[in-house]
Design a protein. Structure first.
Length: 334
């Protein structure tokens, strides 16, 4: 269960959400300690160590290879009619970065936080965020390992873990530290000048699991959570708690609707889906999992890739966008 400084974020984060033309720095507290105890801790949990990445002088191999394979997403982003910009959030001595896409027009809008895959923030995730912005929402896409380098700097392009790649750093970040970062961006989102104060979370792969675990912290600061192709409680597969089980992520704390999007051929996720469904039902929690026939893991990325060979991925991607548009709209009507 989360033991980070989540319960004190609203008191310690000093948000100044005036977005400027370039990067915007938002001040936060100092001395981030991911293992600091809070009133959400459980006796059975073991504190996770904080993580610092290694700064690379050139883009990391894992991030570079993924980015290079996503030219289709890069081209779509370049042609987008929507306004977007990079922003930064100064949070407990670290500089976190995110990409923000705005819907066309000047009306206030709810915010959707989009969490990236295990490879770090690449153009495929930003493309999904832009598609959500096209639905009429402000989409914020954080780089979830930015600021984890020396002196609180670095980002997914230049940070590596112990194995020399991006993904091993992403999965090494303790779950409570990930949840603290999500809370920081949720607070940031609620203070944007054009925000209505409503927020949803969409998580892709690793980001989907992070979003589900964030819901299990008992947060009431978001309206709904949308999990794309990653396992949920009671399984734990990321961070230092990956060998622990339900005692760390009790679903009875969940207070927001959770919607699942899964590919039929995604064996690891499908093997855990029944247990998650049963646990959520037993706890009386809203959980709406949909399995897309023939679709693979990461079908939101693969479905837009013109070099893809599985047409089920494109079908799943289009059906998911249609469903996502409907369910996000419904979540913000309450």
């Amino acid at each position: 269960m989360v033991r980070g400084p989540l319960a004190r974020l609203s008191a310690t984060l000093l948000l100044s959400a005036a977005l400027l033309a370039g990067e915007t720095t938002v001040a936060g507290g100092q001395g981030f300690a991911a293992t600091q105890a809070s009133d959400t801790s459980t006796a059975s949990a073991t504190p996770c160590p904080s993580v610092t990445g290694t700064q690379s002088a050139t883009p990391t191999s894992g991030w570079t290879s993924q980015q290079a394979s996503q030219s289709f997403a890069t081209e779509k982003l370049a042609a987008s009619p929507r306004t977007s910009r990079w922003v930064s959030l100064r949070f407990h001595g670290q500089t976190m970065r995110a990409w923000v896409a705005y819907p066309v027009g000047r009306k206030n809008a709810p915010v959707v936080l989009v969490l990236h895959e295990v490879f770090g923030l690449t153009d495929s995730t930003r493309n999904t965020a832009d598609e959500i912005a096209a639905m009429g929402y402000i989409a914020i896409t954080p780089d979830m390992i930015s600021g984890l380098g020396p002196d609180g700097g670095g980002d997914a392009r230049t940070l590596t873990g112990t194995g020399g790649g991006t993904s091993d750093l992403v999965t090494a970040v303790p779950d409570e530290e990930v949840s603290a970062r999500i809370s920081a961006w949720v607070n940031y989102a609620r203070h944007l000048p054009r925000s209505t104060g409503q927020t949803d979370i969409v998580g892709l792969s690793w980001g989907g699991g992070a979003a589900f675990r964030y819901a299990a912290t008992g947060t009431k600061s978001v309206d709904s959570v949308f999990v794309f192709y990653d396992v949920g409680p009671p399984a734990v597969t990321q961070g230092c708690h990956r060998t622990e089980g339900l005692t760390d992520y009790p679903v009875d704390r969940i207070s927001v609707p959770v919607h699942g999007f899964y590919g039929e051929t995604d064996t690891r996720v499908m093997n855990s889906l029944q247990a998650t469904t049963e646990e959520m039902a037993a706890a009386g929690k809203y959980y709406d999992p949909v399995v897309y026939t023939g679709a693979d893991h990461a079908f939101m990325r693969l479905g837009e890739d013109p070099s893809g060979t599985n047409p089920a991925n494109a079908s799943a991607e289009q059906a998911s966008l249609k469903r996502l548009k409907k369910e996000i709209r419904r979540s913000f009507q309450h």
